[in-house]
Ligand binder design. Structure first.
Ligand code: NAP
Length: 244
């Protein structure tokens, strides 16, 4: 039986790489997006044209009503969701003293509440089916913190705590919950980092380069696979050896 994966924030970057990789590994793929309708629909149609099963569904992960609607649509099209990748995320690079309450809430609503909304929405079926895999995308900054990324680092640390706790709670239902916490990856999220800072980050990375989204997607695919059946509550960090 073909399995179904829901990847949040799959219109760009790491989520998009996941959508392509999971499709190539025989999954039905639900491409969630919020603002990038064109990119998400183009990706879905390219996958379908290549003979894969994929649909693009819009939902702001921070909005529970929209998330529930997305799950209803995907259940109608592909049946129960077997794998959830909570990848949608935003960052605001700012001094802590400059970040507004609105920006703080926006980061936490997308990164943390979005992870809560999507996980709770798929778990009922996963518990009933006694099977499921949830992979949450955090960040190395959730482990070590980053200057000018206090809200982001705190939200990613929350995702790690969330995942470890949920792994304990749903383990008896044969559901695994793990975290992928990437280092610096070449995506739109880092497009406003200056070339100088990027060079510094490469210099601090033992592998002497920035990662690419496929390298994160491969770790996520592994955690979704049967090869990872005995792994839960863990954090894997594809980061080129970077310890900042
Ligand atoms: P990206 O290219 O900017 O992609 C972010 C994705 O998240 C987009 O597809 C965007 O969709 C989606 N998104 C944002 N807000 C959303 C919302 N409210 N509802 C649904 N989707 C939403 O960035 P990326 O680097 O691939 O980031 C993916 C994940 O990796 C994030 O959780 C990020 O924190 C994490 N990460 C990235 C790095 C890095 O260096 N790039 C490092 C560590 C962790 P729309 O455009 O459709 O709104």
């Amino acid at each position: 039986m073909k399995k179904t994966v829901l990847i949040t924030g799959a219109s760009h970057g790491i989520g998009k790489s996941c959508a392509i990789l999971f499709a190539q590994h025989n999954y039905n793929v639900i491409i969630n997006y919020n603002r990038s309708e064109l990119e998400a629909k183009l990706l879905a149609s390219e996958l379908v044209d290549s003979g894969f099963n994929a649909i693009a569904i819009r939902a702001n992960v921070a909005n529970r009503f929209e998330v529930d609607e997305m799950i209803q649509i995907s259940n109608k099209v592909f049946g129960s969701i077997h794998v959830l990748v909570n990848n949608a995320g935003i960052a605001h690079q700012k001094l802590f003293t400059d970040i507004s309450e609105y920006e703080w809430d926006e980061v936490f609503n997308t990164n943390v509440k979005g992870t809560f909304n999507c996980s709770q929405a798929v778990l009922k079926d996963m518990i009933k089916n006694h099977h499921g895999k949830i992979i949450n995308v955090a960040s190395i900054f959730g482990m070590v913190g980053a200057s000018c990324e206090v809200a982001y680092s705190a939200s990613k640390a929350a995702i790690i705590g969330f995942s470890k706790a949920l792994a304990k709670e749903v383990g008896p239902s044969n559901i695994t919950v793990n975290v992928v916490a990437p280092g610096i990856i070449d995506t739109r999220m880092n497009s406003n980092i200056s070339p100088d800072v990027m060079e510094q980050l490469k210099y601090q990375t033992p592998l002497c380069r920035i990662g690419n989204p496929d390298e994160v997607a491969n770790a996520i695919l592994f955690l979704a696979s049967q090869k990872a059946n005995f792994i839960t509550g863990q954090v894997i960090s594809p980061n080129g050896g970077l310890v900042v």
